[in-house]
Design a binder for this molecule. Sequence first.
Ligand code: WT7
Length: 632
Amino acid sequence: MRIHSLQQYFEEYKKSIENPEKFWENIAENFYWRKKWDKVLEWNFDEPNIQWFINGKLNITENIFERNLADFGNQTAIIWESNHIDEPSQHISYQQLFEKVTQFANVLKNQGAKKGDRIAIYMPMVPEAVVAMLACARIGAIHSVVFGGFSAQSLSDRIIDAQANILITADGAFRGAKTISLKNIADEALEKCPSIQKCIVLERTKETIQMKNGRDIWWHEALENTAIECEATEMDSEDMLFILYTSGSTGKPKGVVHTIGGYMVYTTYSFQNVFQYNKGDIYFCTADVGWITGHSYMAYAPLLAGGTMVMYEGIPNYPHAGRFWEIIDKHKVTHFYTAPTAIRALMATGLEHVKPYQLDTLKVLGTVGEPINAEAWHWYHTHIGKGKCPIVDTWWQTETGGIMISSLAGITPTKPTFATLPLAGVQPIIVDSEGNELKGNDVEGNLCIKFPFPSMLRTTYGDHQRCKQTYFSTYKGLYFTGDGARRDEEGHYRILGRVDDVINVSGHRLGTAEVENAINENPLVNESAVVGYPHDIKGQGIYAFVVLEKDAQTQEKETMKASIISTVNKIIGAIAKPDKILLCSGLPKTRSGKIMRRILRKIAEGDVSNLGDITTLLNPEIVEEIKKEAGV
Ligand code: WT7
């Protein structure tokens, strides 16, 4: 399944287009199936109905463990690095990880978990987070990981939507100099979640927490007298593996559903090809387990590929801005995968934080989550890769489950700011606003995918219509990504960013409507409009235009802004905190009452040279007021 040369890439690509079923079948043969599929693919993008490896039976954890243990049970699977520089790192072998997973799978069973149950996971970046996910997979329960930075409300919304019956969490999480009191937040969330029967709590920060009788149980206590062996539950290829909530252009995040067979095949295949990982290499992905990168290219693919990976609990700049580079030297990391926002933040701290480190074990660098600007690309290439490591700029989405467009390290060409070429098996196209395919090179438009690939989303949990509406209705017969893209003269793709009401803040996706809804929860707020604007470190920042209720308009502005920020923290979490808040007496609207975001976007960008015709607005005078307040 591994491509070794540029010529082979073109050959494989051609094969994958001419006969996708045959192409993917050959790759799927590399895995352990209890029973082979009857048919490779069935699909229809209108419904949508997408099925891969139909009637194939398997368990993904048997592919991580049983398939490989005899060969390399003693090899390290996870090297865990603490948030605290003086806490020893942990090395966990495949055999040890296997036993942790099966024993915890028995804990889940003892707590009443069954095949098909939804289990929420709200954890710090510790090996137990991966253990919890794999234990769910072992028994056929569907995990729904919620990022540890989300608020109680975000957590309860997700638990309720999935009707989860178990929550796995920890007392707290260390994040740099701070701790996050996960269990306290979870307690608040669970007040609204009657579906939760049990809450399993890992001890990490040792802070004082409340344990609710009959509901809460300590992880370490649950393990006592629990058997280690746990037979894998036989699953269908199209059974759900997990739900992961992600934001869209409408208010409520949706639960993207991935199924077992296709996800396993595609994430492993893409991992091996993009990163060109070899036995003995040490792979370090900095993504949190709460995002899709943490699922696909931390928890699943590297383990399915029999790799050794570094998992880091902390943040890039704690206790110093050289922490990533120090970890790379300490563990002899060969493959490093991070987000452009982290690169920009570290770049801004100066080279003195890079100079003390050798970084000479590195072979491949990767980026994910947002477009990387040329300056950050060159800094990464020169100062981290020492000019000798290819950079894979990997474009993909929560919905695609795996990397779609990226160079293959050292095999296909790289080009700064370009994701470059689609992986074999991926058929991207660019369309105009009517959905006509723009053929040939040197074109720009909306990025779609015209043929299914094994790891694509199957539905949005509990609301199939929404999946259809969001991804398969904009352009008939196509999966619409929500991104704009250019294909240059050489056929290389450059991702231009979202074309919908989604903003990408530090590589995290937020819907503008979602942030507005949160702001509007503040009783002092009358209405609001949120837009993205270019931000040096975060890629995009959040700019909120807020109209206060009449009696609040006379209050002190800074107090009002602080109150709005605290509401957003409470409703979504700190990641959605507006970078700028502008208080105004009204929002520019059309005569039909629609907010003119285009104008607000221009003002937020600081470019008011061409606001277009504003005389047809309901309230043109408000534009002057806002411009003045914004200082543009
Ligand atoms: C959106 C998906 C993929 C895991 C992390 C984010 C943007 C992602 C790139 C890239 C330019 C990128 C797109 C995409 N994006 N990777 N290499 N170059 N843009 O996952 O939260 O599902 O967000 O992130 O806009 O649609 P996500």
